[in-house]
Design a protein around this ligand. Structure first.
Ligand code: ZN
Length: 254
């Protein structure tokens, strides 16, 4: 299949500037923090875009919303420094709440035009047993935005749209994490401690006991994804071209 251009896969590690779109503050780092650390070491600029405010998951619900938000951002900046994140943006939609899909898609299109990535990474919205609407909406809206951002009749803000029209650019590919159809396993053995150290910064979301369980689960997962390879720890992604995301019934085989 790999020699048929229909199933060709772009090179994630050729990416220079990557917009990584996540539903919650910690999804990128928990799901593919090792891959992201390796991409940063490889010279790629990582820009995170977080869709929700994440307030539902904060362990101390006695805090004000402002204090929760500050704590979450502090966690995220500390983790981002470890992974090598260059810039962070937030959309602030209500965590696990009721918000319009097309508003999220518009905001992601706006950030794509602003940030000018050559690759987009997000969670896979087509994972069959994923219940979490934030993950389904974010992944779907990011996939759609990465495919449609060039169509300027889909307006965002006049200045950003005008600047994009002056200097359009091409996205080379999109990668999904938590995918049921992964086509890429990244060897994260050299950055395994870095990933776990970054994940450990998310103290607003996890009690000490929950963090121990999470990191144990991540270790089992990373060993599982590396099982067919000669390395110890892996992360799985599905890497695609955006043209494969529309009208191609066998795209799951890419
Ligand atoms: Zn999440």
């Amino acid at each position: 299949m790999s020699d048929n251009p229909l199933f060709a896969k772009p090179d994630l590690f050729a990416a220079r500037r990557i917009l990584v779109v996540q539903p919650h503050y910690d999804d990128n780092d928990i799901s593919i923090g090792g891959t992201l650390a390796k991409l940063a070491e490889n010279g790629a600029e990582l820009i995170y875009l977080t869709v929700t405010d994440d307030l539902v998951g904060v362990v101390d619900q006695s805090l004000s919303a402002e204090k929760m938000a500050a704590w979450l951002k502090d966690n995220q900046y500390k983790a981002g420094d470890i992974i090598g994140v260059k810039e962070q943006y937030w959309l602030g939609y209500p965590d696990a709440g009721d918000y319009p899909y097309f508003a999220v898609r518009r905001d992601i299109i706006q950030h794509i035009r602003l940030v000018r990535p050559d690759f987009v990474i997000t969670c896979d919205p087509w994972t069959p047993y994923e219940f979490h609407e934030d993950h389904i909406v974010t992944g779907k809206a990011a996939a759609s935005a990465a495919s449609l951002y060039g169509l300027t009749r889909l307006a965002t803000t006049p200045e950003i749209d005008a600047a994009f029209e002056q200097a359009p650019f091409d996205i080379q590919g999109i990668a999904f994490y938590t995918s049921p159809y992964p086509n890429t396993v990244v060897d994260i053995s050299s950055v395994w401690q870095k990933k776990q150290h970054a994940v450990a910064q998310y103290t607003a979301q996890f009690t000490e006991d929950d963090m121990t369980l999470l990191q144990h689960r991540l270790e089992i997962g990373a060993r599982y994804f590396a099982r067919d390879n000669d390395f110890e720890y892996g992360e799985a992604l599905k890497v695609m071209s955006t043209w494969q995301l529309h009208g191609f019934g066998e795209a799951y085989k890419v």
